[in-house]
Design a protein around this ligand. Sequence first.
Ligand code: QAP
Ligand code: CO
Length: 164
Amino acid sequence: MALLEILTIPDPKLKTKAEKVTQFDADLQRLTEDMFETMYAAPGIGLAATQVDVHKRVVVMDISENNDEPRVFINPVITEKDGIQTYEEGCLSVPGIYAKVKRANQITVSFQDVQGETHALTADGLLAVCVQHEIDHLNGIVFLDHLSALKRKMALKKLAAAAN
Ligand code: QAP
Ligand code: CO
């Protein structure tokens, strides 16, 4: 296992669109293990491969209290969306910044596991938010992109100030 370096904004590599996974091999297994180690160490509840500079459609997540519900989503696609919820989001690539984001309240996501088996999951609440947030990363989008220009500007200012 290995800890991976997490890219932070404004790194342009965070804007890369990730490619579909086609090889369900030992390298993919290793990548998910390293991503879990990195996410748990941070600590965080979700991590997309984009954030560790691997531009493949791979997400790891664990929203449980005790870090005992690891979830892997390979090639995730949202097939249904319903309603609206607002959640105060953060991101390991945007350290120290939190902002309310509006997203679908309930989603159904189709995805593959590390073996390449296809599954579907219907989720609401935090799990639904997290899936949407992480799929955004695979498309080069960070949560700040959902804010108004003014709120994004304020968040970036705060981030720049914290870096000094
Ligand atoms: C995405 O975010 C998420 O600023 C996962 O200093 C967040 O794991 C989805 C973190 C909220 C839904 C709701 C952020 C850790 C972790 C920070 C994370 C920080 C340290 C963020
Ligand atoms: Co994030």
